[in-house]
Ligand binder design. Structure first.
Ligand SMILES: Cc1ncc(COP(=O)(O)O)c(C=O)c1O
Length: 451
């Protein structure tokens, strides 16, 4: 099996950094200016985590492509880490936004459109009641609160190396001995997450039963397929066990479809007949305009209402002045009705299959101990020979230097991958030529490491 020459990797990375500097002078200049008013020179600190030593400043984006201020063009396989999974600026969404802007942006009162969105969400995800937020983080926060309020139980259960947005309760991992601890670099947590949360490995039914059997867990918050430490599929039967055990111990189940909406129009939930008590989703719902929703069952709705004091609802911890604003709703309605359709998925998933085949062909050609995993129109390659079963195994496989090199090599050749791992999303605006270019560049990157 071929070995990566680490010394060579370090040198190659340096020369890619030089190339990046040379081809991005205007981005560099803007970055220097940005540093004088923006902390870290970026609007959110995680934006400095891109592969280059400064971020690329975008000029404009359309479909699956964008250009930067230096005139470089890119194929966008990151697509706003799912926020722009629709492709940038889908026509129907833009039209609806333009029309709505003339008719009011935010009022704290509903427009009729919001009912159409509620009905469409019902149809897609099978849950009867819906509420709105602006981010998936908030949708998760609100669902957690509802679950704790109804069950009067203190704890939440999550999976090792999950990510559900910046939800305090979820920043917890297992150390090598399997002991729960605050996630590394958890910035100023309100309380020690061990007080609020139990954490176990995904796909471990015995650990799940042990954790739930104390009957102090209000809710399990889960992605149906883990995506944020790479794609980790559930073992056959795992979702049945998860549902059975949560019901057995009186614990609610939230399925977070924010990324797994890559599976199909009703997410993994509809595709696999899951029956969550709550479903949360944000990111691509409104074509990139901030919008998120959380849905729940009849039983949850009733139980919540019994405990709700409407006069105090605005200070009860579930809020957001701009949630459900008319602009987001119009964008969501148009995106759901016209963009995230069956045809969207048919095209994007097929293209993703060819992307995955391209990566696999290179892995085979060079007999690399790597794999590629796919879920709908999302795929991810791993620098390990077998699929990880859980977050702990996945985290152990991360190779920061190699990741950085592969990303920067691609970026310097007009390809943007998702910054946090080796994930590629495909929209129907992506072309076969884009996919072929990726296969070629991926092959060149591999070849450079082995030659
Ligand atoms: C599964 C999942 N849930 C929720 C979120 C939070 O989304 P947002 O940052 O838009 O609040 C993310 C973000 O990556 C996510 O991956």
């Amino acid at each position: 099996m071929p070995e990566i020459n680490r010394e060579k990797l370090t040198k190659l990375l340096q020369s890619e950094e030089q190339l990046f500097h040379k081809s991005h002078p205007k981005s560099y200049e803007l970055y220097q200016r940005a540093r004088k008013s923006l902390h870290g020179g970026v609007p959110m600190l995680w934006m400095i985590r891109w592969a280059g030593s400064f971020p690329v400043f975008v000029k404009e984006a359309k479909g699956a492509h964008f250009t930067d201020v230096d005139g470089n063009s890119y194929i966008d396989f990151c697509l706003g880490d799912t926020g722009a999974m629709t492709g940038h600026g889908p026509g129907a969404t833009i039209k609806a936004i333009n029309e709505q802007i003339e008719k009011g942006i935010t009022l704290m009162l509903p427009y009729e459109d919001v009912i159409s969105v509620g009905e469409e969400l019902q149809r897609r995800f099978g849950l009867p009641y819906w509420q709105f937020a602006l981010t998936a983080t908030d949708a998760n926060r609100f669902a957690l609160r509802m679950a704790r309020m109804i069950t009067e139980r203190p704890k939440v259960l999550v999976f090792n190396y999950c990510y559900h947005g910046s939800v305090d309760e979820t920043f917890i991992t297992l150390d090598e001995e399997g002991t729960a601890m605050s996630r590394a670099n958890n910035m100023g947590p309100q309380v020690d997450p061990r007080l609020t949360t139990k954490v176990i490995e995904f796909n471990d039914v015995a650990a799940l039963e042990t954790a739930l059997s104390a009957r102090d867990v209000a809710v399990v918050l889960a992605e149906p397929v883990m995506t944020n430490i790479g794609i980790i599929h559930p073992d056959p039967g795992y979702h049945d066990a998860l549902r059975e055990l949560t019901r057995k111990y009186g614990t609610y189940l939230i399925i977070d479809e924010t990324h797994t909406i890559c599976t199909g129009p009703g997410g993994y939930t509809a595709a696999h007949g899951l029956q969550p008590d709550f479903l949360t989703i944000g990111k691509p719902l409104a074509g990139g305009v901030p919008a998120a929703v959380y849905g729940f069952t009849e039983e949850v709705g009733q139980a919540f209402n019994e405990r709700l004091d409407v006069d105090d609802a605005d200070v009860g911890g579930i809020g957001g002045t701009l949630a459900g604003n008319a602009l987001s709703i119009a964008a969501m309605k148009a995106t759901l009705e016209n963009v995230l359709t069956e045809e969207f998925y048919a095209k994007a998933v097929k293209l993703q299959e060819t992307f995955t085949e391209g990566v696999e062909s290179v892995i085979r050609e060079f007999e690399l101990p790597w794999i590629v995993k796919r879920l709908g129109n999302r795929s991810e390659y791993w620098f390990r020979p077998t699929p990880p079963k859980n977050g702990g195994e996945a985290a152990a496989a991360i190779d920061h230097e190699l990741d950085r090199y592969m990303h920067l090599f691609a970026l310097n050749r007009g390809i943007l991958m998702t910054p946090f791992h080796n994930m590629a999303l495909i929209s129907p605006e992506t072309t076969q030529a884009d996919v072929d270019h990726h296969t070629k560049v991926f092959r060149e990157a591999v070849q450079s490491l082995l030659a």
